[in-house]
Write a protein that binds this ligand. Structure first.
Ligand code: SF4
Ligand code: SF4
Ligand code: SF4
Ligand code: FES
Length: 980
């Protein structure tokens, strides 16, 4: 298909908007409100062009065969200019003293593009104050051009539904919750609106007075300068004034550094530029990240202050009795090498163990496992996927062969139906959740949620299932059986691609809908409805997380999920598949790169002599043949006196492992314990040597996100004086133990990984340059697999396999003494225990502490109100916190977020585990509750978004603007054609 644009025939891509076609060919047409990731808003009217003699908005028009487009006819130019003039009536141009004058301001650049010299419509301020009430960003109504990008982003991309514009008001402006101060609204501080704002109306507070050479002047001085500009504009015109601001903008380039990085919080894998001036973070600017585009959550956008916290460790510490003393690097590393050598000599290599960090890079995990295996000689090596993801990986290994997400986040967005099980996606994987919320709200995607809590996704769902704790496996199996029994299975797919169908079907005999209904407490009719929705959907993606995996049947329930997908043919196609949502930024990568007791990098078995021989040859050592201890077994081995020494980096083990008291006791028994951290964490209290490391912004390397996406991060800041990147510390220890490693840059480590790991054979730093990414497996020629299974499954015959799974009763059941079920998990604002996020002042202000969610029924029964102090006691320990009475939880089920180092929920959890993987059954915890009698304020302050009142609407609702009496279409004879 071709369209003629300004006399030239140009090829059109399928489904292309006229504005995108125009931009793709580099033709300059103004477009202020249009943003490709938001779609057409049509509020600014600056993109007027002539199509077949009629004036249209290029953003609201689809390119079509034979179209004759003129972009700069006198009519089009006049319309564009008139539309932009109206924008300038809402926006004061004071670029030279504006913090947004950094080369990427749409309003500034459009002024230049249209060669604006004078404006016809004079600027008029609006009768509203600047809103500074959010800790991270501010809104200046006087600079707001009412383009609606922010509203569109909040309503249709983030789908938090906070923003709107009061189009009918004499003085329209952007509203939060229909007119609340930002800081008291439902705004979750995700930053979408700030990122897409085309001018300085919405700005990060960290930019204010910092970005420009003259923007830090006092308000009076600034106002004076703005007045001067206004005075000289009629005579000089904007052209000359803009030249000055252009020079100032170019000067900023030398002091504002923009560095690409990858978020260090959850496993979504958001990437963005970080703008810095010396060690000050000016802002986080997401734009083209493969996983997130312009999206972020509060942590990715605003959660980086911890990097410059005064609490950072900058000196190695050595224990002396009950305290620590500062030491030189040389003394600390010499001590580590000496003690490791002595312990190895005295009690053998298997009396040492190593834990890698899922917050650190792939290269660092690789070096840690190499240190463990090749230098010390033990496979006692693990990472925190043991605490969360190992059961999901096992379920997928059993059925489809690879332990990774079977597609990409785009597949989740495309699916006809998304089923979320045991995942508080909107809080734990916020950006990924936006893709589901957007598809559900805007594109008719169906959503089923199974969870104990009515979390945000459950509130949005078409069907919300609240099964009894620990019974997901039953209803999943019953729905699968119903699908088979009623001819709803994808028989063609099964015949071609899945082994063991007959045995599997037989194993489902027990799981009738009636049995499921009785055990799970779900209505038979609801289960039938779910079965039909799944069987009839055009593509199903199942997302699950710790609500599934942290059970004694975590692996089996994960297997049941994959069985259901196989039965309905929901693999091997876009918009289908299994998505265990990885919790930490690099928990996928830590396992992929060998930080496991049984696998070398790329899931190559340590017990396989051929594989071992390959690594022995490459590393010139003999390697231990027997799989080592996992995290859980390490704790037991310490209590049994078999494990004497540990080296842990970037892992808050004493709080995040279950049964924290028991773990703490174990750690205190170690003969020699090395911690490598950026802060003095709770786990550091048990250490003998503490080595100060660097956070992700101070090093280079790669992370692998939940969708198997490998991405590079670049050094934003030099390591804080006294601290060192983890890979350098690990290498130094290895060399002091006799290794002769000579890595000078993480890229050299990756070269070695690629040479030994078929799964990553084609990964190179060049192929990951900038925002380029690869999703494993990566062949030697660099081709990767966004969709994991296209030609076959990862088994010798290329077929998947049904894997029967029985059900058994959950552990740690309630009784008369421990009569309540305790669920636990993450909170949007904090990451895990909060070691990083409590060091961000704005986050601490909004969410200062943990709390315990109590249902209204239970609260009524026990005389609890929001703010009441309560004590929970389990079979393993006690915690004390304030209650929040909420309908998010039901009956005798409680929920406690894990964001506390003082009262960590894991003092309550026990040591029982998933049978196959030893992942603790954190979600199988019974407690008793004692009301302590004191009542304080709501632990969630008034400024917390949970107190807000969103105002859902379908987008910016520009039609309401068009209906205003004072609205006239710019140019003449505007017609709307082919808009969507
Ligand atoms: S939730 Fe808040 S920060 Fe996010 S887009 Fe909406 S208004 Fe902006
Ligand atoms: S605040 Fe919103 S409506 Fe105003 S200019 Fe920015 S994006 Fe546009
Ligand atoms: S925490 Fe997760 S969702 Fe939020 S910005 Fe980071 S990677 Fe993205
Ligand atoms: S860019 Fe088309 S109307 Fe704003």
């Amino acid at each position: 298909m071709t369209a003629t644009i300004d006399g030239k025939p140009l090829a059109i891509q399928p489904g292309e908007r006229l504005i995108d076609l125009i931009n793709r060919y580099g033709i300059e047409v103004p477009h202020v409100c249009y943003h490709p990731q938001l779609g057409p808003i049509q509020s600014c009217d600056t993109c007027m062009v002539e199509v077949d003699g009629k004036l249209v908005r290029a953003c609201g028009t689809m390119a079509a065969e034979g179209m004759n487009v003129v972009t700069s006819s006198a009519r089009a130019a006049q319309a564009q200019r008139e539309a932009f003039d109206r924008i300038l009536g809402n926006h004061m141009l004071y670029c030279t003293v504006c913090d947004n004058n950094n080369g990427n301001c749409t309003v500034h650049n459009t002024t230049k593009l249209l060669h604006v010299e004078h404006q016809e419509i004079p600027y008029k301020p609006k009768p509203y104050e600047v809103d500074m009430s959010n800790p991270f960003y501010r809104y200046d109504p006087d600079q707001c051009i009412l383009c609606g990008r922010c509203v569109q982003a909040c309503q249709t991309l983030e789908v938090n539904e906070t923003l709107s514009i009061n189009w009918e008001d004499p003085h329209p402006r952007v509203l939060w919750d229909g007119g609340a101060p930002i800081g008291e609204s439902s705004c979750v501080s995700c930053g979408h609106c700030v990122t897409v704002c085309p001018c300085n109306a919405l700005m990060e507070k960290s930019m204010l007075g910092e970005a420009g050479y003259m923007t830090g002047l006092s308000k009076t001085a600034l106002d004076g300068m703005i007045d001067v500009v206004k005075d000289i504009e009629p005579e000089m015109g904007y052209g000359s004034i803009m030249q000055v601001s252009e020079v100032e903008s170019h000067m900023r380039e030398s002091r504002i550094k923009r560095t690409k990085t990858v978020c260090t919080y959850c496993g979504v894998g958001c990437s963005f530029d970080i703008w810095t001036k010396d060690r000050h973070i000016l802002k986080v600017e997401p734009a083209e990240g493969a996983a997130n585009g312009v999206s972020t959550c509060i942590k990715g956008k605003f959660g980086w202050d911890y990097v410059n916290s005064p609490d950072r460790l900058t000196k190695p510490l050595i224990r002396e009795g009950d305290t620590f003393r500062e030491a030189s690097w040389d003394e600390a590393l010499t001590l580590v090498a000496r003690r490791f050598t002595e312990i190895k000599a005295a009690t053998g290599p298997d009396s040492l163990a190593f834990i890698s960090s899922s917050k650190c890079t792939n290269e660092e995990s690789y070096l840690m496992q190499k240190l463990s295996r090749a230098v010390i000689g033990t496979n006692n090596m693990d990472n925190c996927s043991r605490y969360c993801q190992a059961p999901a990986t096992t379920g997928l290994f059993r059925t489809v062969g690879y332990g990774g997400d079977s597609g990409s986040i785009t597949d989740i967005g495309q699916a006809g139906l998304v089923l979320i099980i045991g995942s508080n996606t909107a809080e734990s994987h916020p950006v990924l959740a936006t893709r589901v919320k957007r598809a559900h709200k805007m594109h008719g995607q169906k959503l089923i949620v199974s969870d104990l809590r009515e979390n945000e996704m459950a509130q949005r769902a078409d069907v919300f299932l609240h099964p009894r704790p620990g019974t997901d496996l039953i209803w999943l199996s019953a729905v699968t059986k119903y699908i088979f029994d009623n001819g709803l299975a994808d028989q063609k797919f099964i015949d071609q691609w899945v082994n063991h169908a007959a045995e599997y079907k037989k194993s489902l005999d027990l799981f009738t809908l009636e049995m499921a209904s009785e055990r799970c407490g779900l209505a038979v009719e609801t289960l039938k409805k779910v079965a039909h929705m799944i069987a009839e959907a055009k593509g199903v993606c199942i997302l699950w997380a710790m609500g599934v995996t942290q059970h004694s049947m975590g692996s089996d329930t994960s297997t049941a999920i994959s069985n259901l997908l196989l039965a309905t043919g929901n693999y091997m196609k876009p918009g289908t598949g299994a998505y265990p949502l990885r919790g930490h930024n690099n928990v996928q990568g830590a396992s992929d790169h060998g930080a496991m007791p049984n696998f070398f990098p790329g899931y190559q078995e340590v017990a396989d002599p051929v594989i071992r021989a390959k690594f022995e040859k490459a590393w010139s050592v003999q390697l231990p043949p027997k799989p080592g201890l996992d995290n859980h077994m390490m704790i037991e081995a310490i209590h049994d006196g078999k494990l004497k020494s540990m080296y842990v980096f970037g892992e808050e083990m004493s709080l995040v492992d279950s049964n924290a008291n028991y773990v703490g006791d174990a750690l205190s028994k170690l003969d020699f314990f090395v911690m490598q951290e950026i802060f003095f964490s709770e786990t550091c209290r048990f250490a003998d040597v503490i080595l100060p490391a660097c956070p992700s912004l101070e090093k280079e390397g790669t992370f692998t996100s939940t969708e198997r996406r490998i991405q590079r991060l670049y050094e934003v800041f030099e390591p804080l004086d006294g601290s060192r990147p983890d890979w350098i510390i690990i290498q130094d220890i290895a060399n002091r133990l006799g290794a002769d490693w000579k890595y000078e840059h993480p890229s050299q480590i990756y070269e070695e990984i690629a040479s030994l790991t078929p799964l990553m054979a084609g990964v190179t730093y060049e192929r990951l340059e900038g925002y380029k990414t690869l999703q494993w497996p990566v062949a030697e020629d660099g081709s990767d697999q966004p969709l994991l299974y296209t030609k076959n499954f990862n088994f010798p015959d290329g077929k998947a396999t049904f894997y029967p799974v029985p059900w058994s009763e959950p552990t740690d059941q309630q009784n008369t003494e421990y009569d309540l079920h305790l669920n636990n998990g993450r909170l949007l604002e904090h990451f895990h225990e909060g070691n990083l996020t409590y060091r961000v002042e704005g986050i601490r202000e909004k969410t200062p502490c943990t709390f315990i969610e109590v249902s209204p029924e239970l609260a009524g029964e026990r005389g609890i109100q929001t703010g009441s102090w309560v004590q929970l006691t389990s079979r393993y320990g006690k915690v004390r916190a304030q209650a929040v009475v909420t309908t998010r939880v039901q009956g005798k089920e409680l929920y406690m977020p894990m964001n506390s180092t003082d009262e960590p929920v894991n003092r309550l959890t026990g040591s029982h585990t998933d049978k196959a993987t030893h992942t603790p059954a954190y979600k199988e915890t019974s407690v008793q509750l004692r009301v302590l009698g004191e009542i304080g304020d709501d632990p969630l302050p008034r400024t917390n978004s949970r107190h807000g009142h969103p105002t859902p609407q379908t987008g910016v609702e520009v039609e309401r603007k068009w209906r205003r009496k004072d609205y006239r279409q710019p140019g003449d004879q505007l017609v709307q054609i082919q808009t969507s």
